[in-house]
Ligand binder design. Structure first.
Ligand code: NDP
Length: 233
């Protein structure tokens, strides 16, 4: 049977591009996001779940359903994420909590929910989506950046924890990618600082995700996909 891939945040943007690429590679897809209909229609997925990744019970139930109906999970991609740009002095506690809960806790919960199933599959792999901002920091994004830096530590630690069970865990750190998240930005705002001279497309990130999922001897690594932006930060 073909591999089962779960893509959290697969209803649009980067997650949607990853879902399409994995479907092209012959994977069976379970797409998870808060909006059930968007998740279902993003790609011809087996499971379009309305699941908020920051809610433990919803995550548990969703992953149980996926495994019951579709079998063991080979690949997990964590692309569910939110962003709120504001200086720290203007960031409310509930905004900090929402960012940490969705971006960091959400990834921990989905990884935990998928692991037992992944132990039973050969070549199982997880890719989490971080950000160059998590590696380099950015004024006006303290809380977002903290959530993404946390993902780096989490990814490396989990990679060590499950390596003996042959599950690989890696992180992709995108720069500016053209999705809903950057919809308010014009090329003039960011592109001049990018050595390759353009914003990335979701498909640029999807290729890197696919590479890490399919590379049998890479684990605990961070792959930056930013058109060289990090070089200039
Ligand atoms: P989009 O806003 O286009 O997509 C975000 C996805 O996450 C949607 O599918 C959304 O679906 C889902 N999502 C959001 N919150 C939750 C939640 N609580 N539970 C389940 N699903 C959720 O953003 P991008 O595609 O740009 O972002 C994808 C990832 O890439 C994020 O982690 C983001 O931080 C990261 N990233 C993006 C960059 C960019 O420039 N675009 C740069 C660096 C990193 P729904 O609303 O239906 O829940």
């Amino acid at each position: 049977m073909s591999r089962l891939a779960v893509v959290c945040g697969g209803s649009r943007g980067i997650g949607r591009a990853v879902s399409h690429l994995l479907a092209q590679r012959g994977c069976r897809l379970a797409v998870v996001s808060r909006n059930k209909d968007a998740a279902r229609t993003a790609v011809a997925s087996l499971h379009g779940g309305n699941c908020d990744v920051s809610k433990e019970e919803e995550v548990q139930k969703t992953f149980e359903t996926i495994q019951k109906t579709s079998g063991n999970i080979s690949y997990l991609v964590n692309a569910a994420g939110i962003n709120r740009d504001a200086l720290l002095l203007r960031t409310k506690q509930e905004e900090m909590v929402a960012l940490l809960h969705t971006n960091l806790l959400g990834t921990m919960l989905t990884c935990r929910a998928a692991l037992r199933s992944m132990l039973r599959t050969e070549g199982a792999a997880i890719v989490n989506i971080g950000s160059v901002v998590g590696l380099k920091g950015n004024a006006g994004q303290c809380a977002y950046s903290a959530s993404k830096s946390g993902l780096e530590g989490f990814t490396r630690s989990l990679a060590k924890e499950v390596a003996s069970r042959h599950i690989r865990v890696n992180l992709v750190a995108p720069g500016f990618i053209r999705t809903n998240m950057t919809a308010g930005m014009k090329d003039a705002d960011g592109a001049p600082s990018i050595p390759l001279g353009r914003f990335g497309e979701p498909e640029d990130v999807a290729q890197a995700v696919l590479f890490l999922l399919e590379s049998p001897y890479i684990t605990g690594q961070v792959l930056v996909v930013d058109g060289g932006l990090q070089l200039a930060m």
